[in-house]
Design a protein around this ligand. Structure first.
Ligand SMILES: *Cc1c(COP(=O)(O)O)cnc(C)c1O
Length: 470
């Protein structure tokens, strides 16, 4: 009996042959001719290399090569910014994009993307308008401040405020409030870049009124109070409240700036959370400027707000930095729609996803977990056991850092003699789904906190594509 001759380079299908296969034609229709031809060349190069290394007993068919090339194109066509299921238990997860926008905001942003809009154009007079005008009145109404402006994010808000009030001068901050928040935002570094000299007062745990009083000089540009977003100093502590600090600063003719961080426009006690100072309260306490974020508790797009005295806001608007930090029409549209929802506080927790997710109760989430445990177990197969577990969600983004929300999770554990790597392999497979599922591994289980899961059907559908490699 003849043994078949080993394949040679001459037997390799031509690019042309691969292009003409059914799979080749299909891929060209989806991804275009040039990318497909390039992908076929790469695939054929790999076959050629294997052949030369003597690793191939037989050649792939032209259709096979076309399929392989098409799969590569399919992968690279997937957005790297694709939607995921955030089941980490952190509602405002910075690395997963923070707040989800309300339907109203999504529609406003989409409309703004599709057409020309009256961004800096006054429709009543036909003359130039102001970008900020779309949200200024709303912000004034919702915070009680005299005036307001919007920039790229709260880091930008702090930067431009420092630069406007303190360039070449001093800013006084308590040593207990020299925060670092994620993504390399460190207050001393921002100060330096803003051209402001930092004057630290007090100690880490205790700062007194006299510390501030003693530090204010003719060189002082501002006194800064910073919300210690992501930590608490507890025990033998003393801080000077914003109201007293405003009095101290004003007695010496110096403005007080209060960086609230997350900031909230509603009393979170309305949805059963601890009270977090509202922006309106911070304004009423006498701060001349208050800064806060758009995509933290407020539940809107990434933006930074500066609200406060008309005179200081006018100074900020004259700072050339403002142009570099401004917000585009898409976010402005989403922001306006988000802020308008705040006019009806009774329905806010239904319409604003961030508040809706934060307000979900343990009972509701446990019922959801019990509903899902069976179907999820089926999709994971016999290698894993799924149980319902209590857990605690976090708000995230530095809001109420010590406050957790009672929640329910699916706890997934390997069964039998599964290797120690089984959970990591499962977590990786879940991240590789068309709609990736992101959980958290702790105490020998992969935990999927269900607080942020609203699309049950989409979740189960995504899971049905699961392939766990051994
Ligand atoms: C989050 C935060 C910031 C930065 O806000 P971004 O909107 O993320 O830029 C600044 N200061 C404090 C106190 C914060 O908590």
């Amino acid at each position: 009996m003849d043994t078949p001759a080993p394949p040679t380079l001459r037997d390799l299908p031509s690019v042309d042959l691969v292009v003409k296969t059914a799979s080749g034609q299909l891929a060209i229709e989806r991804f275009g001719r040039a990318p497909m031809i390039a992908a076929i060349r790469t695939a054929l190069d790999e076959v050629r290399a294997c052949l030369l290394a003597g690793q191939l007993a037989s050649l792939p068919s032209p259709d096979h090569v076309a399929l392989a090339a098409g799969t590569v194109l399919e992968h690279s066509a997937r957005s790297s910014l694709r939607p995921v299921f955030n089941l980490t238990g952190t509602v405002l997860h910075t690395n997963l994009g923070r707040a989800l926008l309300a339907q109203e905001a999504v529609e406003a942003a989409t409309a703004a993307m599709r057409s020309a809009v009256a961004l800096e154009f006054d429709l009543s007079t036909g003359t130039r308008g102001e970008r900020d005008d779309h949200v200024r009145a709303l912000l004034i109404e919702l915070t009680g401040a005299e005036d307001a402006t919007v920039v790229n994010n709260n880091a930008a808000a702090v930067l431009i405020v420092l630069n406007t009030l303190g360039l070449g001068r001093e800013a006084i901050v308590s040593r207990g409030e020299l925060i670092e928040i994620g993504g390399a935002f460190r207050m001393p570094d921002i100060m330096a870049r803003a051209g402001v000299r930092l004057v630290e007062v007090g100690t880490t745990n205790r700062t007194h009124a006299r510390d501030y009083e003693g530090a204010i000089t003719p060189e002082t540009g501002l006194v800064l109070k910073v919300h210690t977003s992501n930590y608490r100093i507890e025990g033998f502590t003393k801080e000077v409240g914003a109201r007293d600090l405003a009095e101290i600063a004003h007695a010496k003719g110096v403005p007080l700036v209060n960086d609230l961080g997350s900031g909230t426009l509603v009393d979170l006690a309305r949805i059963g959370l601890a009270h977090e100072p509202t922006v309106r309260e911070a304004v009423a306490e006498g701060a001349d400027l208050v800064t806060f974020s758009g995509d933290k508790l407020l539940g809107g797009p990434q933006t930074g707000f500066i609200v406060g005295s008309q005179d200081l806001i006018a100074q900020i608007n004259r700072n050339p930095m403002k142009r570099a930090l401004r917000v585009d029409k898409i976010r402005l549209a989403a922001l306006e729609a988000t802020l308008k929802l705040y006019r009806d506080p009774d329905r806010l927790a239904q319409r604003l996803p961030t508040l809706r997710l934060l307000a979900r109760t343990r009972d509701e989430l446990r019922a959801l977990a019990e509903r899902l445990a069976g179907p999820v177990g089926e999709r994971l197969g016999s290698g894993f056991g799924v149980s319902v577990a209590e857990c605690a969600s976090q708000i995230g983004s530095g809001a109420l850092p010590l406050e957790t929300l009672p929640s329910a999770a699916l706890a997934i554990r390997p069964v039998g003699i599964a290797s120690g790597g089984a959970l990591n392999a499962l977590a990786a497979a879940l991240r590789d789904l068309p709609l990736p599922i992101i959980g958290r591994i702790s105490d020998g289980a992969l935990r999927l906190d269900l607080r942020c899961l609203e699309d049950e059907a989409g979740f189960l559908d995504s899971l049905s594509h699961l392939v766990v490699s051994a």
